[in-house]
Design a protein around this ligand. Structure first.
Ligand code: F6P
Length: 559
């Protein structure tokens, strides 16, 4: 294991410390003095146009940040990841989500730990595509011979957030009359509401779980199986024998997992299960067989286009010098804001309703990856690490939390994501609604960067205390990510962009961005508390005073 390089010990860190203290950002002045700034700081990333110019950096700061990436070994660690080294040290695993999107026939073929990675990836992709085609064409039928109209993905975390986000984003591509739904929460409301109006004869459940041990997913899978049997019986289908029930499961349940033995134990035919591998982290798995619901609802071709988008960004990261490497630069900017300017959160604001679940997806990707206090060798981190990622699509956010970004006391760097052409071109009284939408995107990034001075407020006739209230300080940093349209390729590029931003930050901080031990304690305690919630007095008394009081509150009132 290569020891992490302490970023605070590098010469670049010292330079950045000097550049940040004192630091007086001046986007108005910088733009006025440098007519080339926007052009120079706008970089292409596959089909994305990424404008970094409204960030709080000078060329000198950017150059020092690039030196920080050099001195902390970002390029070497990326190469180690691509080569299949076990950079996930705490689980002793390779990290190869990038292999999921290598095109068929890439040479030299990737062989890691004796596994022919490329061949395995292509074989699952082919099986997944063939199955998706069978469901889409109606060749695959339910137990009563009807075509599937609904797929319900049962999964949580990485086995849910990626598929649901991509489905919402690419829904305009759904062309086979099949709707996808996503059940994740163990709150029974979730499955009850998502299945309420479904016809069991035309519903296909996908149980998606990397480990096939996750409490929420297995509980929901059993609830779904009971629902299937019960609703089929209500429809007059025989479910009275084990054989009949198994037959129903065989026609209405498939699975995606790395643990195909556990899939079989659940009663799903391994012939109807799609595998992936321990070197794909849950939050990096939307491009694995975990995307089965997408291949069915949107089509295998759309799924492959998504993968091609990911791969284009992987290639950019692999082949582009650090100073022009967009994901690396965006990761470095985040380090600048977190470690030198004190930012604690980062907003992601898509001007696209189709990306309504993008921030939720990114929360797992970024925060489960980099929300850590120890480094990959077990020693404490030497700086602040993972910031809080959050966001909502514009313009909804404008009418909710933008006030704080514009005039609050906190520094909140924000990424704006927008598309030139809409999925639904509509006009309001002859006026292009999407154009109006995009005018808001441009207005917000402009207002955040350049603000409005007291003199400008006064020039509009405002006087007294209202002048301060109406003044906008500006110098609120944003990155604008623009693309022609939200195609499958572009979505793959966006996801890969954030994967590599996360990786860059994690590497600089010395973090293993691919484990998630922080979720374990709560899982263990929930299992311990489960008997107490059933009223087991000994289990109640084993709890701390606060937990006991909450349990007694619950037990006294449950109906
Ligand atoms: O919450 C922890 C976690 O392990 C995530 O990393 C993962 O995406 C999720 O649970 C679901 O896990 P699985 O796919 O194994 O059911």
């Amino acid at each position: 294991m290569t020891a992490p390089i302490d970023p605070t010990s590098t010469a670049a860190w010292a330079e950045l410390t000097a550049l940040s203290d004192p630091f007086t950002p001046d986007l108005r002045g910088w733009f006025a003095a440098d007519p080339e700034r926007a052009e120079r700081m706008s970089l292409p990333l596959a089909d994305l146009h990424v404008d970094l110019s409204k960030n709080l950096v000078t060329d000198e700061i950017l150059a020092a940040l690039v030196r920080l990436a050099e001195q902390t070994g970002v390029a070497d660690r990326y190469a180690a990841m691509l080569a299949g080294e076990h950079i996930n040290t705490t689980e002793d695993r390779a990290v190869l989500h990038t292999a999921l999107r290598r095109p068929a026939g890439t040479t030299p073929a990737l062989v890691v730990d004796g596994q022919e990675v490329d061949a395995d990836v292509q074989s699952v992709l082919d099986a997944l595509s063939a199955f998706a085609d069978r469901v889409r064409s109606g060749e695959w039928r339910g137990v009563t011979g009807k075509k599937v109209t609904h797929v319900v993905n049962i999964g949580i975390g990485g086995s849910d957030l990626g598929p649901v986000m991509v489905y919402e984003a690419l829904k305009p591509y759904a062309d086979a009359g099949i709707e996808a739904r996503f059940v994740s929460n163990i709150d029974p409301t979730d499955i009850a509401q998502k299945t309420a109006d479904l016809d069991p004869e035309t519903t296909l459940f996908i149980v998606a779980s990397k480990t096939f041990t996750t409490l929420e997913t297995l509980t929901n899978a059993r609830l779904a199986r009971d629902w299937l049997w019960q609703r089929l019986a209500e429809a007059g289908v025989d479910t009275s024998t084990d054989e009949a029930r198994n037959d129903a499961v065989a026609h209405h349940f498939v699975a995606v997992s790395t643990a195909l033995d556990r899939v079989a134990e659940f009663g799903i035919d391994p012939a109807n299960a799609f595998g992936f591998w321990d070197w794909v982290g849950g939050r990096y798995s939307v491009d694995s067989a975990i995307g089965l619901s997408l291949a069915i609802a949107l089509g295998p071709e759309v799924f492959r286009r998504l993968l091609a988008g990911f791969h284009a960004v992987d290639e950019h990261v692999r082949t582009t010098p650090l100073a022009q490497n967009v994901p690396v630069l965006m990761g470095l900017l985040n380090v600048w804001y977190v470690n030198f300017l004190g930012a604690q959160s980062h907003a992601v604001l898509p001007y696209a309703q189709q990306l309504s679940r993008f921030a939720a997806y990114l929360q797992q990707l970024t925060m489960e990856s980099n929300g850590k206090s120890v480094r990959w060798d077990g020693t404490p981190v030497t700086t602040d690490t993972g910031e809080v990622f959050w966001g909502e699509p514009g313009t909804n956010g404008q009418h909710a939390f933008y006030q704080l970004i514009h005039q609050g006391t906190r520094l909140i760097p924000a990424d704006f994501i927008a598309f030139v052409n809409p999925a639904y071109p509509l006009a309001d009284d002859g006026r292009d609604v999407h154009g109006l939408f995009l005018a808001n995107f441009l207005a917000q990034t402009k207002a955040l960067a350049f603000g409005k001075t007291a003199a400008e407020v006064e020039a509009e006739g405002t006087t007294g205390a209202l002048v301060a209230a109406r003044t906008f300080p500006g110098n609120r940093p944003t990155t604008s990510i623009f693309a022609e349209a939200l195609t499958p390729e572009v979505l793959g590029q966006l996801i890969a962009l954030y994967e590599h931003i996360t990786f860059t930050q994690g590497t600089i901080w010395g973090i293993n961005s691919f484990d998630q031990w922080g979720v374990e304690l709560g899982k263990q305690l929930a299992l311990q508390i489960a008997p107490a919630i059933e009223g087991d007095e000994a289990a109640i008394e084993a709890q701390d005073a606060s937990t006991q009081a909450l349990l007694r509150y619950y037990l006294a009132r449950r109906t």
